[in-house]
Design a protein around this ligand. Structure first.
Ligand code: AMP
Ligand code: GLY
Length: 465
């Protein structure tokens, strides 16, 4: 990015009526020429690539490693396609070698692992602009014990909890909650390290699974036990720049594999936004109860969080309680948020990375968005790869529908399955009901062997709205 160019005041006057672009502290009257590197390969990253590609600033984009969908996206500025790179998202050494050579003006990190491993610190040390929290700030997701301590210390509403390395102490605490617990591996466990228990015997088994049988490996060196909360769960997202936090509208995920919130926990089987369970005033109040003490705590502890803070929140009879913090965009929350966001995402992410978010106002479409995840046979367990996906060309022309790829790969002329969550079929409409009908209409035109999906995504919202 050319940051040396300053616009004179006469240019400013002349351009007063022209469209302007806010990049960092500066207002520009012509788009900048920027190269972007996006890291990750899921549905979240396809949605990020799609949205970033619409920016008039972007002349080149790479995605490492990307999927079959990311490399089909074209930049609105020059029609170029996005280039996938054969570099894994957690291969920080190789990403740095690439970035040192090609000098992207902005690197955008999707997943949690590279953030927890310090990719931001290393890119910054090499003089590269990167979006996503540094290693210290990423602890909000990388260590549930860290987050829990932080919440208790700074008065953020959360579940009653304890963290343990000793099996007997953990068992005693679980027993004091009558075994009605969420037993969690402390570290990153691909979203699978949480066991919900309803009896002392179940809680003891869960503690032993994590601390003794090491079901989640080193992520389970420590266990965090929370009281089991009841209520309605929502996803919050706030874009942060170290000092400011800009709250997104509500979204709701569907974590369980099967309809009616049955079956195993997954990374997320579908989302919708907005979630009518909270109106705007209630959302602002919930946001304040969490974000104000969080920002104060970060200031007091010198934590410089620049990225997305994504609290998972249970709305209980005793008010909102944070279940966990994530330090990245949710997947598939990103798919519904970015199909509603009206701002230029490049400008927002640069402002977030540079600590200059305050003047930016987030603008959201009043339309609703619904994303239905199509998963592979066996997901959330192991799933076969290489099954041909049919219907993608057909649904590409449906207005207001966008199919974000997740676990897909190209194989000759075909696009094939390459992971557990395969596609995120996302539709917008003037109401949740319309968006939902559009999304399922498109789902009906897609097929791969073993495909399964929930048929009740957003149905809770229909009952409320
Ligand atoms: P987490 O990864 O910590 O968000 O947990 C995964 C899922 O487990 C959450 O989305 C909730 O549905 C559930 N969960 C986590 N903690 C609790 C809790 N304390 N009470 C009830 N459910 C929980
Ligand atoms: N949608 C759940 C997650 O991103 O963690």
């Amino acid at each position: 990015m050319d940051t040396s160019l300053r616009l004179s005041s006469s240019t400013n006057r002349k351009n007063a009526s022209k469209k302007s672009f806010q990049l960092g502290k500066r207002t520009w009257f012509t788009p900048r020429d920027m190269k972007l590197l996006v890291i990750g390969s899921g549905g979240r990253e396809h949605a990020l690539v799609w949205k970033l590609a619409q920016s008039p600033h972007v002349t080149q984009m790479w995605c490492a490693p990307g999927n079959a969908g990311t490399q089909l996206e074209r930049l609105s500025k020059n029609g170029q396609t996005v280039t996938n790179l054969p570099i894994a998202a957690d291969n920080i050494d190789a990403l740095l070698v690439f970035a040192a050579d090609k000098k992207p003006d902005l690197t955008v990190v999707g997943p949690d692992n590279p953030l927890a491993a310090g990719i931001t610190d290393r890119f910054q040390a090499a003089g590269l602009l990167i979006w996503g929290p540094n290693q210290r700030a990423a602890q909000f997701e990388a260590s549930k014990a860290f987050s829990q301590n932080f919440m208790e210390k700074h008065g953020i509403p959360t579940a009653k909890s304890g963290s343990f390395t000793d099996v007997d102490a953990a068992r005693r605490f679980a027993a004091s909650l009558d075994g009605r617990c969420a037993v969690k591996a402390d570290g990153l466990a691909l979203g699978k390290g949480v066991l919900l228990t309803h009896s002392v015997a179940e809680a003891e088994t869960a503690v032993e699974d994590i601390l003794v049988r090491r079901s989640f490996g080193a992520a389970g060196d420590r266990v965090v036990i929370q009281e089991l909360l009841e209520g309605i769960e929502i996803s919050l997202h706030a874009l942060c720049d170290g000092r400011t936090a800009k709250l997104f509208p509500t979204a709701q995920d569907h974590k369980r594999a099967l309809e009616g919130d049955q079956g195993l926990n997954t990374g997320g089987m579908g989302t919708y936004s907005p979630a009518p369970v909270l109106d705007a005033a209630e959302l602002a109040s919930v946001g304040d109860q969490i974000l104000q003490p969080w920002l104060r705590g970060c200031r007091e502890e010198g934590i410089d969080f620049r990225g997305i803070l994504y609290p998972g929140v249970m709305l209980t009879q005793n008010g909102p309680k944070v279940l966990e913090f994530n330090a990245r965009f949710g997947d598939p929350e990103t798919q519904v948020y970015l199909t509603r966001l009206e701002n230029d995402l490049v400008e927002l992410l640069i402002a977030s990375a540079q600590g200059e978010l305050a003047p930016h106002e987030l603008k959201w479409s009043s339309r609703a968005s619904v994303c239905v995840v199509l998963a592979s046979e066996g997901y959330p367990g192991n799933s076969p790869k290489g099954r041909v996906i049919f219907g993608l060309g057909d649904v590409a022309s449906i207005p207001d529908v966008r199919v974000f790829h997740a676990g897909t790969a190209s194989s000759g002329e075909d696009i094939v399955t390459n992971g557990g969550r395969v596609l995120g079929v996302t539709a917008v409409g003037n109401s949740i009901a319309i968006a939902r009908a559009r999304a399922y209409g498109a789902v009906n035109r897609l097929y791969f062997a073993g495909m399964h999906y929930r048929k009740d995504i957003a149905s809770k919202a229909l009952a409320v709205s």
